[in-house]
Design a protein around this ligand. Structure first.
Ligand SMILES: CCCCC/C=C\C/C=C\C/C=C\C/C=C/CCCC(=O)SCCNC(=O)CCNC(=O)[C@H](O)C(C)(C)COP(=O)(O)OP(=O)(O)OC[C@H]1O[C@@H](n2cnc3c(N)ncnc32)[C@H](O)[C@@H]1OP(=O)(O)O
Length: 138
């Protein structure tokens, strides 16, 4: 990897505006919660009508990472688990949020995130660890 952190020409699948097949997510901080919204299309399906679980994981990963990024903390995901509770239908506005549960020695961050359906039900919840990295090395 090159040092892309300082540039605006990155191709991050989750958030780059330049990536033609990416999610192009935009994030805001609302108090201590990082938020984004997303509507899955046909191309994001696993089972017919429902979003692919790996893509659900990618959105949750990105949303947790951005909680840290918005605080100028450069990190990489080092562990993640997901509980998939309900199918995530396509063509449906999803709310996604993330927050920090614990910070260990300023180096390891225990994060959580969830995808919320329009009726308020949590369809998937993630817990993940992110490790602080030196962006100059990437
Ligand atoms: C956030 C988006 C920002 C985008 C902003 C826009 C522009 C920026 C431009 C470009 C960037 C674009 C996108 C970035 C996107 C992010 C997307 C979401 C995030 C990801 O998708 S990111 C990809 C997946 N991710 C990886 O590709 C990680 C691969 N990995 C490594 O590259 C190494 O692993 C590394 C460098 C992380 C660490 O390597 P290392 O050698 O420095 O560390 P080491 O292993 O020695 O561990 C040190 C201490 O942590 C403990 N430790 C380790 N793992 C642990 C665990 N799981 N739980 C508890 N403790 C753990 C050890 O036990 C030890 O503990 P102790 O110090 O006590 O001995």
């Amino acid at each position: 990897m090159q040092n892309r952190i300082k540039g605006s020409d990155h191709m991050c699948f989750g958030c780059s505006e330049r990536n033609p097949i990416g999610f192009k997510l935009k994030f805001t901080m609302d108090g201590d919660i990082c938020r984004t919204e997303f509507t899955a299309g046909e191309e994001h399906q696993g089972w017919n009508g429902y979003m692919h679980g790996g893509l659900i994981a990618a959105i949750l990963d990105e949303t947790m990472a951005w909680w840290l990024w918005l605080k100028d903390i450069s990190i990489m995901t080092v562990e993640m688990t997901i509980r998939y509770s309900l199918g995530v239908p396509v063509h449906t506005r999803l709310r996604v949020e993330s927050w920090c549960e614990e910070e260990k020695r300023g180096k390891l961050f225990h994060m959580a995130g969830q995808i919320i359906l329009p009726d308020g039900k949590v369809a998937a919840k993630a817990r993940a660890k992110f490790m602080k990295i030196d962006p100059a090395q990437f």
